[in-house]
Structures are given as C-alpha cells and as structure tokens.
Design a protein. Sequence first.
Length: 315
Amino acid sequence: MEPGPNRLVEMAHVAREHFINDVPMVELAARTGMSRFRVARLIAEARDLGVLRISVGAPQALSRDDVAELRRRYGLRDVRCVTMPDGDADPRALRAALGRAAAEYLETQVQAGEVLGFASGRTLAAIPEHLRALPQCDVVQLTGLAGPPGETAGDLVRTVSAISGGEPASLYVPLVASDADAAAMLCRQPGVAETLARMGEVTRAVLAVGSWSPVVSQLADSISDDDAGGLIASGVRADVAASLFDGSGGRVSALDTRTIAIPFDQLRAIPEIVVVAGGAEKHAALRAVLLAGFVTTLITDRASALSLLSGPRTT
C-alpha cells in the first residue's frame, strides 16, 4: 500500500532532521511524540521509497598512485592538490584555493628559525589572506618588484614577516633593469646588497610559475614586447624567480644580467623549493619547470596534476 501524504510528510521531516540537521533519533522521538522505533521505521521507509536519497561523492583528490607517480616522474618529495568545482575556470578562485593550500602547507611545515624566501607572483599574493600563524622566522624577498601594488614580492614579504614575527629582507628595486650596467649598479646599493647576501640563508623558497606561451608572466610583462617576442621565438616557455626555461626544462640565461633576483645556482641549492601554480594556461610552463629538476614540493590543482601525468614518462 502506498503511504498517504501525511506519512510522506513525516518521513521527509524525520529524514531531514536526522541526516541534514544531525538530530539524534532519540531526540527526534521526544520532539515529535513518536517512539524511537517509529522514527527509525519512518527513516527506513523513506530510504526504501526514495523519499530519502543518500549519495557519497567520490573524492576528487589525486589517488595515491597518481601522487606516487608525480613524485617519481619529477623528483618531488611532496605534492599538495586542490580540486575546483566542475567547470569553474575562474582564475581568481583558483589563485585563492592555491593560496589557501600554500598557507596550510607553511603552517604545518615551517619550523622556528627557518629563513623563508618568496618570489613575485599573483598566486603567491593570495597566501597571506589565509595564513593565520607561523613560527618565528625571517623572510627574504627573492626577486625585485613586479606587478600591481598589493601583489608584489615586497608586499608579500612584509605581510608574511609580520605574521611570523621575523625580520623582512626586502628589495626596493625593479625586477628587470634596462640593461646589465643598470642592474649591476642597483645591486651595489647597500640595502639591495644586504638582501642579496641574505638569499644564501634561505631554507625554504616559495615560488610561482610564469608562462610564456600563452604569456601569463610578471617577468614577461616587465620587458618590451619585442624582447619578450624574441625570447619566446628562441624557445622560452616558463620562468621561476626570474630564471627562464625552455619547454624541456633547460635553462635560458638571456635575461640573467638584467634581472635583480636570486641567481639560479643559488636558488637550486635551497633545501626546500615549493612551487605554487595551476590552471590550464600554466600546464606547459609548469611541466617545463618541473623537468628542470630542482623543485621539491608542488602545490597545484587536480587538472594540472593530471596534465603533468599525461605527458611522456621520464626515466
């Protein structure tokens, strides 16, 4: 016999209160004047009749096998992955999610007395909003200034050092100088020279990835269109902390003498190098950077991680 409308209403009510509002069956019985057994019977009937439907969504994080393969393929120690809602291609939402994941990583991994290093990047600028606390540690700016106010490496270093209670070491100079002589002159300035010297103390660097095809890079935006076009034509596909890379992870030194940033040999010697990057426009650039073999921790989104796994296997 089909249940009447009153019984269907009772089923829906107790099912909603129990499963949505977490009301125990004993309390539901007291509230409704029913016996506990009647409440349980109504919930069972609701499930059988389809009034109550329970679904368990499969987690969208990477499988253990995928994480292990990413580590093996790119020489990584750690992989952190965020999942965006299906069809959500909003870059601001992705940057916020990656910033939150990076903040959680820092809160759980950084030890007191470390020296953190930050490069520039719009994704990195999202970290402080989600960073609640850090052990006391100094913070060093690894690249000169690029990007709009509020999104520069200088802004990031000041904010993170305030949270950690450590000393900031800042670079109040542009990321790219007009020529090698101008860059050398800037690097000789006392404040700049002091920060450059502190780069050798960094124990954990947090870096973003710039893409050059398509162009989504603060470094590319800091030079002329002709210069950027020439570098792209020569094979440049990515940058990290002002170091350029071709599609296979090979270093390109064309801008080294004009940039005010940590030298690549010094960068790759840092014990922990964390790259925070994601989004479809960064897939090729991210692969190029990881193929260079110096990154230890990757924080990315699931779609980017799967893209990295879809490429040719490495030995």
